[in-house]
Design a protein around this ligand. Structure first.
Ligand SMILES: O=C(O)C1=C[C@@H](OP(=O)(O)O)[C@@H](O)[C@H](O)C1
Ligand SMILES: C=C(OP(=O)(O)O)C(=O)O
Length: 424
């Protein structure tokens, strides 16, 4: 039987300071760039979780040294990239979309596979693009193989990136090492999660790579060296959101230390979202502090740019006082699970009233009751169940361990957050 985690109910307002581990998106981009760089790199405070260990494992399989340095840092030493190798993508979108272009730069056969649901996640556009850029790749989804020849000609390619921004990021991250660099043009419905592409561009530029993104939906990367990195990884702002939501849901106060004053992380958008829901949000030298309102306000939000915040926002919307609408997130059907279907099913299972629209969810407040909250191997579904459990007695989250995808010890952090507050 699948293990159930009794989500703690908050007996009162949650009051805590919660340090959050490093950003998944920054860590995995930094690992890729460091693997392709012109010398050894240091990543301080990287995220150490399933997704980033899988990325480190993939790079090691290709010959790169990723070693523990002092104080939990990672030291990355590039080496000639070579197969044969097997890459386990787990359920990590960043691994399945960022590593194939690196594998194309290696020599030998590199096979890719992952978790059962990973085989359903969209990937064809990346593999088609690599073929168009001169790489030898079999397949359109996991499992697939790359037959590396040690070089990729590169050039111009048009892709439909409406299913995932990671298609673009993956091509851009390796492109400086393609013989002609790359020009990626997007054609199709709007690209989701654009801040993540901006993060890719900004990290490439910081590593000395020339990127031209002045034309909408077009990204040009010039061929050239990638400078070795020396980076401090910011806390993961998306992973901070369940803890901030704990303050919002209970009228409590939660501080996340080290919240950056400027960032390319999409999760920064939570500040505005929680303010719209009636919370008080303050950023100081201490970090970001959120104080929840007596009653959460309903919201009408377009989350196209920040889709990964949807499970947190949907959980809060189910506790709010009116009808909320979340739009622009059709692409969430291709995330760790079909998140729109999963949120609808699980909120309905607790007594909620939720409808799916073509591109989102409509959530009506209802009195909720306890029950099993299924996670679908999705870390953010599991954390959404934990948020609801604070306000709804008797919520049991299935497979809480799935949070290890991006948070090394979520149950421990949640218990620590509640230690000073009354929890039952
Ligand atoms: O590049 C990245 O680090 C990410 C991009 C986004 O993917 P999509 O564009 O597929 O939504 C985001 O949801 C994911 O969690 C991380
Ligand atoms: C969509 C997500 O992850 P991935 O990087 O696997 O796409 C996420 O973390 O919400």
């Amino acid at each position: 039987m699948t293990q159930l985690w009794p989500a703690p109910t908050a007996a009162g307002a949650v009051r805590a300071t919660v340090p959050v581990p490093g950003s998944k998106s920054i860590t995995n981009r930094a690992l890729v760039l460091a693997a392709l760089a012109d010398g050894p790199s240091t990543l301080r405070a990287p995220l150490r979780s399933r997704d980033t260990e899988l990325m480190a494992g993939a790079l090691r399989a290709l010959g790169v040294a990723v070693e523990d340095g002092p104080d939990g840092s990672w030291q990355v030493t590039p080496a000639p990239l070579r197969g044969p190798a097997e890459v386990d993508c787990g359920l990590a979108g960043t691994v399945m979309r960022f590593v194939p272009p690196i594998a194309a730069l290696a020599t030998g056969r590199i096979t890719f596979d992952g978790d059962p649901h990973a085989r359903k996640r969209p990937l064809g556009a990346v593999l088609d693009a690599l073929r168009a850029l001169g790489a030898d790749v079999d397949g359109d989804a996991l499992p697939f193989q790359v037959h590396g020849t040690g070089k990729v000609p590169g050039g111009a390619v048009t892709i439909d990136a409406s299913a995932s921004s990671q298609f673009v990021s993956g091509l851009l991250l390796s492109a400086a090492r393609f013989e002609q660099g790359v020009v990626v043009r997007h054609s199709g419905e709007a690209v989701p999660s654009l801040p993540h592409i901006e993060m890719t561009v900004s990290m490439l530029r910081a590593a000395g790579v020339e990127v031209d993104d002045h034309e909408p939906d077009t990204w040009r990367v010039a061929p050239g060296p990638i400078r070795a990195l020396d980076v401090d990884v910011e806390p993961d702002l998306s992973n901070a959101t369940p803890f901030l939501a704990a303050a919002a849901a209970t009228g409590g106060t939660v501080t996340i230390p080290g919240w950056p004053s400027s960032t390319t992380q999409a999760g920064d958008a939570i500040r505005d979202i929680l303010a719209q829901m009636g919370a008080q949000v303050r950023r100081t030298d201490e970090g970001l502090t959120v104080t929840g309102p007596a009653e959460l306000r309903a919201v009408d939000l377009d989350l196209h740019d920040v889709g990964e915040l949807t499970p947190t926002v949907a959980a809060l919307a189910a506790l709010a006082t009116g009808r909320s609408q979340l739009r622009g997130i059709a692409h969430l059907r291709g995330h760790e699970t079909d998140r729109l279907a999963a949120l609808q099913a699980e909120l309905t299972g607790l007594g909620g009233a939720v409808e799916q629209t073509e591109d989102g969810l409509v959530i009506e407040p209802r009195p909720l009751h306890g029950g099993t909250w299924h996670s679908y191997a999705d870390h953010r579904m599991a954390t959404a169940g934990a948020i609801l459990g604070l306000a709804v007695p008797g919520v049991q989250v299935e497979d809480i361990a799935t949070t290890g995808k991006t948070i090394p010890d979520f149950p421990g952090m949640w218990a620590e957050m509640l230690r000073g507050s009354e929890a039952v």
